[in-house]
Design a protein around this ligand. Structure first.
Ligand code: SAM
Length: 248
C-alpha cells in the first residue's frame, strides 16, 4: 500500500502511459503503477547507489524487470527523448526539481505530463514551468504524518487555450480589494489560492511562523544589511497575512 502522498501522485498518472520516475528511491511508485496496469512501462531513475540498489531489488522481487527499467544516473539523463509521456519527480526540494528539469529540458520532447511534488520551494518549480512553456493544470495539497505536501501537474503550454493560460498568473483582486500579483501567485499557488483549502491555510500559518523567526533573528543584528532584510521579510509577512485575511 502506498503512502497517501504517493497515492495522490499515482492518481494523477494517466492510464496507458509510459512513465519515468526520477529519484525513484525504492521504485514504489512505478511498481504500484505497473502492478495496477496504469502504466505500461516505466523507467526508475536514481542517482545514488543505495536507492538504486533498493529499486533494482524491488523490481526483481516483484518480477517486473521486463516492465520497469531501473537506471543509474543524474535526473533526466537516464531517459531518451520520447521514451516517456509522463515524468514524476517527487520528494525533493523545489530547487533540485527545477535544476533537474533545466539540465534535462532537451529530454522533454513528447512529454505530456509533468507531475511534481516538491517538499519545499514550490515557487521555484512554478517559476521554471512558467518560463519554459509548461502550464500548471492542477495543484493539490495534503497532510501526512504532520508534513504538508503540494503536488503540481503541468502540461505543455502550446495545447492550452489562451483564456486559462493568460488567467493563471494574472493579477487577482480578492474580496476586500487586495491585489495578488504574479510573484505571490507563484509562491502560494494560483489554484490553491482560489480553492483555499484548510490544509493550505495551515501551511501558510506555519510558513508565517518561520518567517517571523527569521525576521526576529535578523532584526537583533546591528548590520545594516540584516536590518534591511528584516524589513523586507516584515513586509512579506504583512502581505501574506493580508492575502489570507481576504480568503478566510
Ligand atoms: N520519489 C520518491 C518519493 O517521493 O517517495 C523518493 C523520494 S527521496 C526523498 C529522493 C530521492 O531522489 C533519493 O532517493 C535521491 O537519491 C534521489 N535523487 C536526488 N537527486 C537526484 C538526481 N539529481 N537524480 C536522480 N535522483 C535523485
Amino acid at each position: 500500500k502506498l503512502s497517501k502522498r504517493l497515492q495522490m501522485i499515482a492518481d494523477r498518472v494517466p492510464k496507458g502511459s509510459r512513465l519515468a520516475d526520477i529519484g525513484s528511491d525504492h521504485a514504489l511508485l512505478p511498481t504500484y503503477l505497473v502492478q495496477k496496469g496504469i502504466v505500461v512501462y516505466a523507467v526508475a531513475g536514481e542517482v545514488n547507489p543505495g536507492p538504486f540498489e533498493a529499486a533494482t531489488r524491488q523490481v526483481l522481487e516483484c518480477g517486473l524487470s521486463s516492465k520497469i527499467s531501473v537506471r543509474s544516473g543524474n535526473g533526466l539523463a537516464v531517459i531518451e527523448p520520447g521514451e516517456a509521456e509522463v515524468i514524476t519527480i517527487a520528494g525533493m526540494g523545489g530547487n533540485l526539481i527545477a535544476s533537474i528539469l533545466e539540465a534535462g529540458k532537451h529530454k522533454l520532447r513528447g512529454v505530456k505530463h509533468l507531475i511534481l511534488q516538491p517538499n519545499v520551494g514550490e515557487d521555484q518549480v512554478r517559476r521554471w514551468l512558467d518560463e519554459h512553456g509548461w502550464f500548471v493544470e492542477s495543484e493539490a495539497i495534503l497532510e501526512e504524518d504532520g508534513k504538508i505536501y503540494e503536488i503540481l501537474t503541468a502540461v505543455p503550454a502550446e495545447g492550452v487555450m489562451a483564456g486559462p493560460f493568460q488567467a493563471l498568473y494574472q493579477d487577482r483582486r480578492l474580496h476586500g480589494g487586495k491585489v495578488v500579483d504574479k510573484a505571490r501567485l507563484l509562491q502560494m499557488g494560483p489554484y490553491l489560492l482560489e480553492e483555499a483549502p484548510e490544509v493550505w491555510f495551515r501551511k501558510w500559518e506555519s510558513e508565517l511562523e518561520k518567517l517571523a523567526m527569521i525576521e526576529a533573528q535578523l532584526s537583533r543584528s546591528s548590520a545594516e544589511a540584516s536590518k534591511a532584510k528584516a524589513e523586507q521579510i516584515a513586509e512579506e509577512i504583512r502581505e501574506i497575512k493580508e492575502v489570507l485575511a481576504c480568503l478566510q
